[in-house]
Design a binder for this molecule. Structure first.
Ligand code: ADP
Ligand code: MG
Length: 238
């Protein structure tokens, strides 16, 4: 199910300043539309290429709090999102019934807010602060994500072990089969292996669709795992 079908950048803005000076964002203005045609879309690419900037702007333009949470959360500790959301035109289909925007870096605030304002039974019954970061995130996804929803996740892997990432793949698949859409910024070669997804790689050259095995993340991880001794030797100049 695609609640968001595409993204465009429109309006008058100054390309010399953040966030419009980021290569990927400039690219967006030249291509016109970034189509989101699959139930799962990944944003991948080096640190600093603009994945968080774009994903956060999409989330805010869709009515989520820039710090993370569901659309009925209006807590705010600080206004950190850029003005990019004001210049995004989002092609939508129907409205999602459920949704969540997760920023790994502010998950602690989101978790605190959830605990103060909701029945924890809905989230598996255990306080998020009494669980590890990974456990609490997975508990949130398994118990709080209800389906028929739009889920926007920024680096969910930062909390999760490889096994838990595989569990997250299963959770994502169940939700996709239950009419959900995911937009996920990630560095995890495990997560981005989800089948029938579009992977957009962000770089100095813009935003380009790539096959899973052609992503830098897959290639470099494979190169490392295939021969860690050789790679470490090379890196450390021994
Ligand atoms: N509030 C800000 N003001 C100015 N520059 C910023 C701000 N936030 C991020 N940047 C810069 O924008 C670029 C893209 O950042 P970000 O979207 O976080 O990248 P990614 O998520 O791909 O690692 C980086 O070069 C970063 O330093
Ligand atoms: Mg980021």
């Amino acid at each position: 199910m695609n609640y968001i079908k595409g993204i465009r950048l429109c309006g008058n803005y100054d390309q010399d300043y953040y966030p419009f000076n980021i290569s990927a964002i400039r690219y967006l203005s030249t291509v016109g539309n970034l189509p989101l045609e699959k139930p799962v879309t990944f944003f991948v690419g080096e640190n600093g290429t603009g994945k968080s900037t774009l994903i956060e702007a999409i989330a805010v333009a869709m009515g989520f709090n820039g710090e993370g949470g569901s659309r009925d959360f209006f807590f705010s500790t600080q206004d950190t999102h850029s003005e990019l959301c004001d210049y995004l035109t989002i092609s939508k289909s129907v409205s999602p019934k459920d949704g969540f925007f997760l920023r790994a870096e502010s998950f602690y605030n989101t978790a605190s807010f959830l605990e103060e304002n909701s029945n924890m039974l809905r989230y598996g019954g255990v306080s998020f602060h009494n669980q590890s970061h990974g456990e609490s995130f997975l508990a949130l996804a398994m118990n709080r994500f209800e389906g028929n929803g739009l889920y926007i996740l920024d680096e969910p892997e930062s909390a999760l072990s490889p096994q838990r990432l595989m569990s997250l793949l299963v959770v994502i698949d169940e939700l996709v089969k239950n009419n959900s859409q995911f937009i996920i910024a990630t560095h995890s070669p495990i997560l981005m292996a989800y089948p029938n997804a579009d992977i957009f790689e962000f770089s100095e050259k813009g935003i380009h669709k790539v096959d899973y095995r052609e992503t830098e993340h897959y290639k470099i991880t494979k190169q490392f795992i295939d021969n860690p001794d050789r790679m470490v030797k090379y890196l450390l100049n021994d």
